[in-house]
Design a protein around this ligand. Structure first.
Ligand code: UDP
Ligand code: MG
Length: 318
């Protein structure tokens, strides 16, 4: 067997409409590049015919390998499974919906040959609604203030990783995986180029507003405990100002005998403080929940079937 030079990892969730077109285009881009490649498809518990499509592809093409999950575990888990499967010296991560144009892969390989460990294809935001653009820009501004690792707008999961970068990623056992942060955490020489955003070819995006919001919160909380610190600061300041206010009222009563109309300020204070307390509790709860989640040490996914004779890499012994 020839050694694999390039692995392409593709998480798929309900992609039966595009998978064949995607595969043709990807093979069409890789063959002229003259690299010995394999394509690792991960079916993330699709409810449609994706699994059957992948099986068929794997049966007809020895360069195709696939793994199928027992249910939907999320894209992060699917990418992890793909990375564990991959054997190539360079690994390309990409989506199945043709939003990550396969014709860019040879260019990534070329940059990798120039010595870069991470090659990032960064999309611009053409064709996106103005609202989404403004929101995500605001989010990235927030993240940059809060996070210790650098996360770049538009730099998503479409990237090439060298073998040592992949191995570094695989040493991180956390179950809350926020890849954008992990990619930046491992470091190594990174280069990026921009391409024009493409709409997905068929099927629908699995990222509604709520899912995006949750993803955003995950990103903020996965990398440090600064939100906790912020909650402590806010609480402290509120307590001090409340104390000053109370002293001021007492002084007023003692010195001037002013009758204080109390209930309005009282209610404002109770509601305000209640809100802050709830938010703080929420933040603490998030961290505790994460600790609980990590402490269980559950595997990231369960495999239903795979075309491998033996699982590529068993769940890392922790
Ligand atoms: N995906 C996955 N599991 C999920 C959701 C998505 O494996 O639970 C895959 C999906 O099949 C696609 C990629 O992740 O290949 C990106 O998903 P999508 O196109 O829905 O996201 P968007 O491009 O809108 O960010
Ligand atoms: Mg997409």
């Amino acid at each position: 067997m020839t050694t694999v030079q390039t692995s392409v990892v593709v998480p798929c969730f309900n992609e039966e409409d595009v998978i064949d077109a995607f595969h043709r285009e990807l093979v069409g881009a890789l063959e002229p590049a003259g690299t010995a490649f394999e394509i690792c498809y991960v079916d993330d518990g699709s409810g449609d015919g994706t699994r059957a499509c992948l099986k068929e592809l794997a049966a007809s093409d020895p360069r195709v390998r696939y793994t199928s999950f027992s249910r939907n575990f999320g894209k992060e888990s699917a990418m992890l499974a793909g990375l564990r499967m991959s054997r190539g010296g360079a690994v390309v991560l990409m989506d199945a919906d043709l939003q990550h144009p396969p014709h860019l892969v040879p260019r990534m390989l070329e940059l990798h040959r120039h010595g870069y460990d991470q090659v990032v294809a960064q999309r611009d935001r053409t064709g996106e609604s103005a609202l989404r653009r403004v929101l995500s820009q605001g989010y990235y501004r927030l993240v940059r203030r809060f996070m210790d690792v650098e996360v770049v707008d538009g730099a998503g999961d479409f990237r090439l990783l060298s073998r040592r970068a992949v191995d570094a990623l695989l040493t991180m056992p956390e179950s809350n995986r926020f890849s954008k942060g992990l990619f930046s955490w491992i470091g190594f020489d990174t280069v990026s180029f921009t391409y024009s955003n493409v709409q997905r070819a068929a099927g629908s995006s699995k990222w509604g507003g709520r899912r995006l919001l949750n993803y955003g919160i995950d990103g903020l909380l996965s990398f440090n405990s600064r939100p906790l610190r912020l909650a402590i600061h806010t609480g402290l300041w509120l307590f001090l100002s409340a104390l000053a206010y109370a002293l001021w009222i007492i002084a007023n009563v003692l010195l001037d005998g002013v009758e204080t109309p109390g209930y309005a300020t009282l209610i404002a204070a109770i509601v305000g403080l209640g809100g802050i307390q709830l938010a703080t509790l929420g933040v603490i709860g998030e961290y505790v929940g994460r600790i609980y989640h990590e402490a269980k040490r559950r595997p990231h996914y369960v495999i239903r079937e795979t075309d491998e004779t033996a699982p590529a890499r068993p769940e890392a012994a922790l």
